[in-house]
Design a protein around this ligand. Structure first.
Ligand code: NAI
Length: 330
């Protein structure tokens, strides 16, 4: 067996955390020969819930689980010590009457201390995936507070939007979801995201050709994906948790596995200026991985329709960056 890797999960006793940690422990993500030590992190008032999570992890008897360590969020340097992956799920949820800007300001400081502690204590090869919302801007804050960690190690999650879009296209086309490739989520994980159907394919054919209903693609498809989170809350009485955890695991797998030829995956990463996006913004792009590092797919043409959508999500991310500029040293 290889040396264990250490995977930290913040908000580990929350809804997504509970749907995430068992699959991380099971060998599904890092493989059956890779032991994993989980670092579970919660805020002090509920840290004792992690005892129950640990009991259940023990009771699964996963051969790949080499240890469980529990921490409270007042001791983040201990929590992230030697971690190879940090999955930032914990954040304060949006409450009734709260504007997006308020949420950004409430969660900003969490990600300031997260970034500092990752830089101080994590393993040299650490990679970070931010799930807690607003995930692009939380990731931006953490990255700025960890200037020694290379910028290509930071990811914010748009995979849930990709998976939602893939299923919408597959169901409309009456095809298996595995036939749908190259779904790109441009920009922010928010209602301004642009799920790109022009460049998606179904069974190797352009999605618009297979679907044959441009009006649906340009309206219902986009709004269904953009508003899916709210629809799940309405129907389930709670926000997406199992599907969000699944998307976090899909993101990690996509980063550590070479991408199939003719495919790409979606995540928000630190922009290098590609597609006219400000350098340094955490922006959703089409990516490919060589199993170690990721590259932005280049050369995609955008119609006027797409350009307008991308501009709207870019403008939103610029304004989020302005809202937290005092939290962005360097
Ligand atoms: P939840 O409220 O059930 O769990 C969040 C957990 O985080 C709680 O147990 C809370 O105690 C903990 N927490 C809060 N602040 C923390 C801190 N500073 N350090 C460590 N733990 C902390 O929420 P849920 O459903 O698990 O969602 C978590 C986050 O994921 C939310 O921000 C949600 O908006 C976001 N999300 C993101 C998605 C995406 O696609 N990027 C999709 C779905 C949810």
């Amino acid at each position: 067996m290889a040396e264990p890797i250490r995977v930290a999960v913040t908000g580990a006793a929350g809804n997504i955390g509970y749907a995430l940690v068992f699959r991380l422990a099971s060998g599904e993500v890092f493989g059956p020969d890779q032991p994993v030590i989980l670092h579970l992190i919660e805020v002090p008032p509920v840290v004792s819930r992690l005892d129950g999570v640990q009991m259940e992890l023990d009771d699964c008897a996963f051969p790949t689980l080499a240890g469980v360590e529990k921490f409270d969020s007042d001791h983040l340097e201990d929590a992230f010590a030697n971690c190879n992956w940090v999955l930032c799920v914990g954040s304060v949820p949006r409450k009734a009457g709260m504007e997006r800007g308020d949420l950004i300001r409430v969660n900003g400081p969490i990600f300031t201390s997260t970034g500092k502690a990752i830089q101080a204590a994590a393993a040299d090869d650490v990679r970070v995936l931010v799930v807690g919302n607003p995930c692009n801007t939380n990731c931006l804050i953490a990255m700025h507070n960890a200037p020694d960690i290379p910028r290509d190690r930071w990811y914010a999650m748009t995979m849930l939007d990709q998976n939602r879009a893939a299923t919408q296209l597959a169901q409309k086309a009456g095809r298996p979801v595995a036939d749908v490739k190259n779904i790109i989520i441009w920009g922010n994980h928010s209602a301004t995201q642009y799920p790109d159907f022009f460049n998606a394919s179904i069974g190797g054919q352009p999605a618009p050709q297979v679907i044959g209903d441009d009006a649906w693609l340009q309206s219902d498809f986009i709004t269904t994906v953009q508003k899916r989170g709210a629809a799940v809350i309405e129907a389930r009485g709670a926000s997406s948790a199992a599907s969000a955890a699944n998307a976090a695991l899909d993101t990690v797998k996509s980063i550590i596995t070479p991408t199939d030829a003719e495919n790409s995956f979606s995540a928000a990463i630190c922009s290098d200026g590609s597609y006219g996006v400000d350098e340094g913004l955490i922006f959703g792009y089409p990516l490919t991985s060589d199993g170690n590092s990721c590259s932005i797919v280049q050369g995609i043409e955008h119609s006027a329709f797409a350009q307008e959508k991308i501009q709207a999500t870019l403008d939103e991310l610029r304004s989020e960056r302005d809202t937290v500029k005092d939290l962005l040293p360097g």
